[in-house]
Design a protein around this ligand. Sequence first.
Ligand code: 2IT
Length: 445
Amino acid sequence: MYDRKKFISELEMRNPGEPEFIQAVSEVLDSVLDFVNADPEYIDARILERITEPDRVFMFKVEWENDEGEICVNKGYRVQFNNSIGPYKGGLRFHPSVTLSTMKFLGFEQTFKNSLTTLPMGGGKGGSDFNPKGKSDSEILRFCRSFMTELQKYIGPETDVPAGDVGVGSREIGYLYGQYKRLRSENTGVLTGKGRNWGGSLIRPEATGYGSMYFANEIVLKHGETLEGKTIAVSGFGNVAWGACIKASELGAKVVTISGPDGYVYDPDGVSTQEKWDYMLELRASNNDVVEPYAKRFGVEFFPGKKPWERKVDIACPCAFQNELNLEDAKALVASGVKYVIETSNMGCTAEAMSCFIENKIPFGPGKAANAGGVAVSGLEMSQNSLKYSWEASEVDAKLKRIMRDIHEACVADGTEADGYINYVKGANIAGFRKVADSMLDLGY
Ligand code: 2IT
């Protein structure tokens, strides 16, 4: 039998100074402990020790030259967490907060998320502490070239397929893939999130945000309501928030906030026009990492240094960064009557915030389920690359919708509690874990 306290303290000893990784494992452990302890096969196989240890971690130096001619040095990472159900798959994050701990938490989460998509993908993550903020296009190009010069040694279309994440969008994927092809002379589609002219899938840029709203729609329908007329607080203003704003509008809901590190914008009419969506893309492409210009441009209010969780809304949808919504925010949302929380960023809520929502019986869709649409369409991009073919947008969108519906059903099947409350965290963790753990048992050690 596994004992929670003993397992976590041993995990902390094996992984010192990695708070995000410990947080991510603790969350999964809380959901799956009884399930694991009920099965002697898992216990005998030491499944928890094995599933929490990455297969391997690459850490490397990235040297590049800035526009002033100075030599800069960053850290590069690729964590190959688990490939039991398919090639390692997961994004690359360029952000100054990137550490081994954040890479491992993201790789661990990715393993179960990818399992939930029903597609054959293992879990991995990578990135760098490189800060894209304020960098010129040619600095980004030189950094990406240097980063890929090393990364290409560890990846391949049948072994490990990276994609984008925070700070890595279609421009960066282009520069990275260009360098990969220069070095390897291969058109294997080793990255996903590619441009539509050179092997990318339609709907991939929109997929994470669209998927999140499809998932929200399933949750709301399950609770006897619709998204029609619901107000939504979204955080972030990048690719994920953008897709969520578009799909929310299409489904009849109204996104009234977007945010950045500088504060949040309150747009009572909704972020619901093509002009506003296009402007979000422009803001992101400017690399300034501020959202305030949106308020000026559309004549709406900006709240410097504040988070959108102080607004009264029907649905809270964190779309930016880990631990962006804490206990205080959760209490404020509960007090103002929030009905649903759709965590769309990876581990967007602190453990205490998540517990607060669950204790108050608020349906809470965890990141690994709610944001799985992004990697799901990456999986579909891999399929299209293998087929040397491309599907129409409507075909990809229909597949995405079906996958999000299936993920919702899996959460309901494993997460419904005795009193009828659907604990989506528990459901997603058990459903994601079971497939990975059972594959590990099948494959031996
Ligand atoms: O967190 C994520 O799922 C992603 N950044 C997308 C990964 C992918 O391989 O598309």
